[in-house]
Design a protein around this ligand. Structure first.
Ligand SMILES: *Cc1c(COP(=O)(O)O)cnc(C)c1O
Length: 451
């Protein structure tokens, strides 16, 4: 009985899969909040290197992974794919369940898959420092790791409430040489203004983004990096799905359904896009994006142009959104609390090429516990959304008495999220369904874009 399906290092993908040329329609333009017209490269070159901007709109289907990036990927890639024999048994399902495990990276999630190439292209362009924001700390730690690998400095604006509630992620970033400021900080105009208004402000992700972007825009040697949502981030993550396709060949199986949790959409894109290419070529495979009921951008949002950030400084993109002033409730899957969604994932969902569903917090944690007690790994609260959906698919197969092959992405481990599990185990977690009226209210403030 094979449990771990391991690809040798020489099977590490040599290219990323760019889905842009295979989209069901033309790529939607990104709009500048200043001109209300499509953004010009000049506006973005102040904070991103040219190579990443090229990838953002590239129509080249396969993009070579630089050799230096592949060498670093080899520290944890190819990542293992597991057959979840023990979970299948616990569920009594005829379904075969597989999971791709991205928690083996040094930072404990899929995020270094894009942090490494982002640092690489910035270094190549002569950039000395990267500035970014982080909420729960997963992206901040991944970028700190990447900058450290390339001898670059890293400045992380960490939402103040997390800075004090999650001190261990901060320590990780510091071990990898990053400078971490609680946001709002006194380092930027945006931060100082927020502190003036409320010296005890807890901060927000939108504000931390504003601080990091300001830092990058006002220093020549500094750029900005984003850990999800953008097209190039989704493209970098496709090593996950490409490896999984090879791993299925090794065991002579193929998934009927591919599942991943969806915050900004990058780990879903990473595992699903390579399978969507195979689907276009005739394979029969469903891809399901799973989001929290408390932050349901795909299942309850609208497909419209909206600001990417609360401060309305960044570009406007066409995506499924709950509105840029949507206030996410304090659920424990911090990485899934974004009002919008990757424009690529949004376009595919709008065209009916992928499915989406939302799940409640307690159901996710219940799934996470069953997973930990059968498979042993403590999953990240974000990943538990994929686990819940995979369990539901497996239970459906049992009910229907049908065989089925299920693949889900275990995007990270939950070793830094034990407060969340403490709360669940002591019965303190509450389910929350974002009220439709509040979504409607936020959607009244969408920008007017006419192009
Ligand atoms: C950040 C994060 C997510 C959500 O981000 P996506 O861009 O939607 O993938 C999911 N899982 C883990 C473990 C994360 O750190």
């Amino acid at each position: 009985m094979q449990t771990k399906i391991i690809l040798p290092e020489d099977k590490l993908p040599t290219q990323w899969y760019n889905i842009i040329p295979d989209l069901p329609g033309p790529l939607e333009p990104v709009i500048s909040p200043r001109t209300n017209q499509p953004v010009t490269p000049d506006e973005l070159l102040a904070i991103f290197p040219p190579a990443l901007l090229e990838q953002e709109v590239s129509t080249q289907r396969w993009i070579d992974i630089p050799e230096q990036v592949r060498e670093i990927y080899k520290m944890w890639r190819p990542s293992p794919m597991f057959r979840a024999h023990r979970l299948e048994k616990a569920l009594g399902t005829p379904a075969r369940i597989y999971y791709k495990y991205e928690g083996v990276s040094p930072a404990g999630s899929h995020k270094p898959n894009t942090a490494i190439p982002q640092a690489y292209y910035n270094k190549l362009h002569g950039i000395k420092r990267l500035a970014t924001e982080t909420g729960a700390g997963q992206w901040g730690s991944s970028l700190s790791l990447a900058c450290n690998m390339f001898g670059m400095e890293c400045t992380v604006y960490m939402v103040k409430v997390s800075y004090f509630q999650k001190p261990y992620r901060k320590s990780m970033m510091q071990m990898w040489g990053a400078t971490v400021y609680p946001s709002p900080s006194d380092q930027t105009n945006a931060g100082r203004e927020a502190l003036l208004q409320d010296p005890d402000s807890n901060g927000s992700l939108g504000l931390a983004i504003s601080e990091a972007v300001e830092d990058a825009a006002t220093h020549d040697d500094t750029n900005y990096a984003l850990g999800s949502v953008l097209n190039h981030v989704c493209t970098h993550q496709t090593v996950i799905g490409q490896e999984a396709i090879e791993q299925f060949k090794m065991v002579g199986d193929y998934p009927d359904v591919v599942i991943a949790c969806c915050g900004g959409g990058s780990n879903f894109a990473g595992i699903a896009f390579p399978f969507l290419a195979e689907k276009a070529a005739g394979k029969n495979v469903r891809c399901i994006a799973v989001e929290p009921s408390s932050c349901p951008s795909l299942t309850k949002g609208v497909y419209a142009f909206d600001y990417g950030d609360t401060a309305k400084l960044g570009p406007i993109a066409k995506m499924y959104t709950l509105g840029h002033d949507f206030m996410p409730p304090g659920i424990h899957a911090g990485g899934l609390r974004y009002h919008g969604e990757s424009p690529l994932v949004s376009q595919l969902y709008n065209a009916g090429l992928i499915e989406a569903r939302s799940v409640m917090q307690n159901g996710c944690f219940e799934g996470a516990l069953l997973f930990a007690s059968s498979e042993g790994i403590v999953p990240a609260p974000e990943s538990s959304h994929a686990i819940r959906a995979a369990i539901d698919e497996a239970l459906l197969a049992k009910e229907e008495g049908k065989e089925k092959t299920i693949l889900f992405n275990l995007s990270g481990h939950g070793f830094m999220d034990m407060t969340a599990y403490d709360d669940y185990l002591s019965g303190k977690l509450e389910d929350y369904e974002y009220p439709a009226e509040m979504v409607q209210e936020s959607l009244r403030h969408l920008p007017k874009v006419e192009i």
